[in-house]
Design a protein around this ligand. Structure first.
Ligand code: TYD
Ligand code: MG
Length: 459
């Protein structure tokens, strides 16, 4: 059947369509986002037969008639990956993995499929040749006779191969390289991404086979392509990390089958990604005993407690305006904490450069790290080291009061597990503690002055 082509305008933000150009998207209200696309119009009957997902079999059911079996999940044999997915891959789900180029998305996914030895898997790559994938698999050093590799970019051909291989898990690397004949624009364009991802979604739902789709990220950290891509998939995972560090964090930003507060941590090695089951190991550097400017915070990121080393360097400003710079910590929050030190406690820091660095390339958002950040600054300022086995937690208010923090028990338990002998906690938390650690001394503190008196006391 001959198909007609027509010009259409699609919003790059929300994927809304319009037959004429408009400056402002009528759907999401964004300005200047409508882009022109040539679409081949497929008659409705044809498009519904070409997609085997049949609507007619579905009928409205009463809630009581619906089977509430647990979603069957595939164990990926990768603890961190399972954790972020909410306990494994759900059958028939479509999972999008986003991340900057070179961060290790292909490595992660290839490692997952190679480890699934009892499942037939199909890895479709539009980026690398089968030979390159073989070399990568050799580097990972995992043998798997059930994993099929396909280097292909046409979605129609991919579906043909899926028909013949009949895989139990499909990988598409990446959505931006795949195209369909139905749309005339080039791969990676909004229409292509939208068309391809909706047919992948239909395939997943109809065949009950899970599909992992890799997506690139734009400069501002969003998954390239229309926002609609994030709306249609079941789960969006972000793979992040600093290129200069070997640690990588996988977090769910959307998950229809689990929580979005879980984190998975990996280390990139010569032979692939290693799961980091004890994350504090990477965040505490070995030798900081006796060094000034280092304080350890018990922070919670996602739902896991971490003991993280905060490093600070305070030096006299050479030029007129002192510099304040922070890596892994919010600079505005740092300025606020420095103002509290200056105004409430009379420490003269206004003529000093202050640098903050969070060890391991981690970013902390937990305000409970305030106390350790201030302690690190003072420790560097006076060149007085803090004892290495002392951890602390507490949010600092504008008048220098230490405010209670959430999930204090988890923080204490993690610090005790890692062998800390003393921990400073907010007084407000100490009254309601449900347990007392056996091997660690807990010191409740009410004001930053109290904390500093304990940390910097001279014997
Ligand atoms: P890759 O998975 O290709 O990233 P993406 O798919 O997100 O673009 O990973 C690329 C980087 O990872 C590359 O710079 C090399 C490095 N790497 C290792 O350090 N060890 C390994 O075992 C592998 C396979 C890659
Ligand atoms: Mg890749």
């Amino acid at each position: 059947m001959a198909s007609k082509s027509k010009i259409q305008y699609v919003c790059t933000d929300c994927g809304a369509e319009s037959i004429k150009w408009v400056g402002k998207c009528p759907s999401c209200g964004a300005w200047g986002t409508m882009k022109e696309f040539v679409v081949s119009k497929i008659p409705r009957q044809q498009s519904s037969t070409s997609t085997p997902f049949s609507i007619s079999e579905n009928k409205p059911l009463k809630l009581s008639e619906i089977d509430v079996q647990q979603e069957p999940r595939i164990d990926t044999h990768n603890t961190e990956f399972n954790r972020v997915l909410g306990g494994g891959l759900v059958q028939g789900s479509m999972v999008l993995i986003g991340g900057e180029p070179g961060i290790g998305k292909s490595t992660l996914v290839l490692q997952v499929v190679l480890a699934l030895k009892d499942k037939r898997t199909l890895y479709v790559s539009g980026e690398e040749s089968a030979r390159q994938l073989k070399l990568r698999a050799e580097r990972l050093n995992i043998q798997n006779e059930n994993c099929f590799i396909l280097s292909e970019t046409s979605i129609e051909n991919i579906f043909d191969h899926i028909q013949s291989v009949q895989p139990e898990l499909v990988i598409i690397d990446s959505i931006q390289t795949i195209y369909t004949d139905k749309a005339e624009s080039s791969p990676g364009s909004i229409t292509q991404i939208r068309e391809c991802s909706s047919s992948i979604l239909r395939y997943a739902k109809q065949s009950n086979v899970p599909v992992l789709v890799i997506g690139h990220i734009t400069k501002d950290g969003n998954i390239a392509g229309p926002k609609i891509l994030e709306h249609i998939v079941d789960t969006v995972l972000q793979f992040e990390g600093d290129q200069h560090y070997s640690y990588r964090i996988l977090r769910a930003t959307k998950n229809r089958f689990g929580s979005t507060s879980e984190l998975g941590i990996f280390e990139m090695r010569q032979d692939g990604l290693r799961e980091v089951t004890n994350p504090s190991e990477m965040l505490l550097s070995e030798e900081h005993e006796g060094l000034s400017g280092v304080a350890i915070t018990a922070a919670i990121e996602g739902i896991r407690p971490f003991l993280i080393e905060i490093q600070s360097l305070v030096s006299s400003a050479v030029y007129g305006t002192p510099q304040r710079s922070a890596t892994g910590f919010d600079t505005r929050r740092l300025n606020m904490l420095l103002a509290v030190l200056e105004k409430r406690m009379g420490f003269k820091l206004s003529q000093k450069d202050v640098f903050i660095n969070v060890a391991g390339g981690m970013k902390i958002n937990d305000p409970a790290s305030d106390l350790a950040t201030m302690a690190a600054v003072l420790s560097s300022n006076f060149d007085m080291p803090i004892e290495g086995r002392v951890a602390m937690t507490g949010e600092v208010g504008l008048s220098g009061e230490i405010r209670p923090v959430g999930r204090i028990e988890q923080r204490i338990a993690e610090a005790e597990k890692l062998g800390f002998h003393t921990m400073l906690i907010p007084k407000g938390n100490s009254k309601s503690l449900s347990f007392q650690p056996k091997h660690m001394r807990i010191i409740p503190v009410n004001k930053v002055e109290d904390a500093f008196r304990i940390l910097f006391k001279k014997d």
